[in-house]
Design a protein around this ligand. Structure first.
Ligand SMILES: Cc1ncc(COP(=O)(O)O)c(C=O)c1O
Length: 389
């Protein structure tokens, strides 16, 4: 047992929900699965020519560059210019995915046991990512107001800052709360960054998937003035192509800090040189598919979100929380009489509807569930009817 690193001392057994799901599947039962987040298995019409863009003779030559090929970085800069943001090509690092971007940044910023502030609730990836790089996660609360939606609780956040805090993660829009960052919130984050000398990591993988962003929200912080900020994005969500493994880190902030960060990040990236050449040459043509695939995905997520809102509007037990963007929606079960995990198990057992309990996403109290807006709309309709019975 002690042969292995403690960072992997985690729960390995499948939980009751996945056991029941597999049992039902093996019995050939039809499950109304509201949890699937794999866009490539969600019946979207992808441009089949995408695959041809990988045939490029330039890929036969190995041109290692820690920041990634210049042509690929230029395409990323071009994307920002298309969405009205001005960024510099030399501030961009190409990485295989945003998950790996976090790993690079944690190596850049953390020593063992250092702390990373993560929003709560939040997608359960970040705790693993932090632990794998020997850091510790400290959660800061996001609070929900029926009129204003979600926002970070800065009083609590500041209390959680310690001498070990090295980074604050902001997810814009957050998963699963679907909330974009407000301009004044970004100012607050920056003040804390300056006051305590902490870097900001702004994960914008869902940024292009706006359902209805509120007033004074920032769809992207790229190009904004800051102390030291790393903006993350990639094809996984932006083009609904997680298998292509193309992401990036955009570095911005005070000149000296930025230069130091670039120098050190180059060493990390040069050690791994993980990004494959064919995807970097294909990037230009893949970016060109952005509008079409995003229209498809946005059409689906908006339709599902509106369906949930209208169908549950008069249901006294189920509230749909306000969602500004992203691929998930949150249901609040006002009168959940049993614990959340039991409730979700019963729903699967009795009605064959699968949803994720809020505690998967570290909600601070019981009574929440997260569902995927990528779900086929007919499946969503049927599941809503079953849940309303
Ligand atoms: C907010 C957020 N960031 C990053 C990721 C991981 O993205 P990637 O596939 O680029 O590693 C996810 C995955 O769902 C996510 O929800």
């Amino acid at each position: 047992m002690y042969m292995f690193s403690k960072r992997l001392n985690i729960e390995y057994e499948p939980n009751e929900l996945s056991l029941l799901y597999n049992l039902k599947k093996n019995h050939g039962e039809r499950i109304f699965d509201l949890t699937s987040s794999n866009p490539t298995k969600s019946n979207f019409k992808y441009d089949k020519h995408i695959i041809k863009h990988f045939i490029d003779e330039r890929s036969l030559v190995y041109e290692p560059d820690p920041k990634g090929l210049l042509t690929a970085r230029e395409e990323v800069a071009n994307y920002y210019s298309e969405v009205g943001k001005e960024v510099q090509v030399e501030d961009i690092f190409i990485v295989p995915s945003t998950s790996e971007a976090y790993s690079y940044l944690f190596k850049l910023l953390l020593d063992a046991e250092d702390e990373v502030l993560i929003p709560q609730p939040c997608y359960p990836l970040f705790e693993f990512l932090t632990k794998l790089d020997l850091g510790n996660v400290v959660y800061y609360p996001m609070v929900y107001d029926y009129r204003d939606g979600w926002s970070p609780d800065f009083v609590m956040l500041e209390k959680k800052i310690s001498p070990k805090t090295k980074a604050i993660v902001i997810i814009n829009p957050n998963n699963p709360t679907g909330s974009y960052i407000r301009e004044n919130d970004y100012e607050n984050f920056n003040s804390l960054s300056e006051k305590y000398n902490i870097a900001l990591i702004v994960d914008e993988v869902f940024s292009d998937f706006e359902i209805e962003a509120g007033e004074n929200t920032l769809k992207s912080v790229a190009g904004c003035k800051s102390n030291l900020t790393f903006v993350l994005n990639g094809f996984s969500k932006m083009l609904a192509l997680p298998q292509m493994k193309f992401g990036w880190i955009l570095i911005q902030g005070e000149k000296k800090l930025k230069e130091e960060a670039v120098k050190r990040l180059e060493v990390i990236a040069d050690t791994y040189l993980s990004v494959a050449t064919p995807i970097q040459y294909a990037a230009k043509r893949l970016f060109e598919t952005r509008e079409k695939i995003q229209q498809e995905v946005l059409g689906r997520i908006k339709e599902n979100y509106n369906l949930l809102k209208t169908k549950f509007l008069l249901n006294p037990d189920i509230k749909v929380l306000n969602c500004q963007g992203g691929w998930n929606a949150i249901l609040n079960f006002e009168n959940m009489l049993v614990p959340e995990d039991e409730f979700v198990l019963r729903l699967l057992d009795k009605k064959n509807v699968l949803i994720h309990p809020g505690y998967y996403y570290d909600f601070f109290s019981e009574g929440y569930a997260v569902i995927s807006l990528l779900t086929d709309t007919d499946v969503m309709k049927k599941a809503i009817d079953l849940m309303s019975e």
